[in-house]
Write a protein that binds this ligand. Sequence first.
Ligand code: FES
Ligand code: FES
Length: 171
Amino acid sequence: MPAKEKFRISVNGEEHTVEATGDTPLLYILRDYLDLQGPKFGCGLSECGACAVLLNGAQIRSCIYPINKVGTQKVVTLEGLAATYHGTNKAKLGHLHPLQQAWIDKQVPQCGYCQSGMMIQAADLLSKNANPTTAEIQVAMNGHLCRCGTHFRIVEAIHEAAGVMRAGTKK
Ligand code: FES
Ligand code: FES
């Protein structure tokens, strides 16, 4: 069994030192060491998207991303998403990211298991395309599975959040 090493990682704007073997998936570090429950274990094979997090602003599948590849890149989970938009102080006061607010407005989640990954993927999309068409949203979200069938409301919520973000109206 490989020996454990110390890794210093930035997660949601805070520095953490964790001790783990280098091949430990980032998802395990986030959930088991840092107690962040947003990213979920679904397939463990990079096929469902439940474990998605942002790494330097781009969505990755944390279930297959080893801790020894993170380095100085910045990890953001659903718990830190609002701060990427509002800044830490406002987020701490309960201000949600426009995607989170739209998810509530459109009552998107059913069981909720996939939804953290969905919002992370949507944040990735809107960082690259501020006004996506429905077809572009469908393509971007295609690799994220939802067994509850919330897809139509996800599309509506992303359109709503995109409008809020374009208008610069911070809810
Ligand atoms: S748990 Fe990572 S993609 Fe399914
Ligand atoms: S809301 Fe249940 S899996 Fe998507």
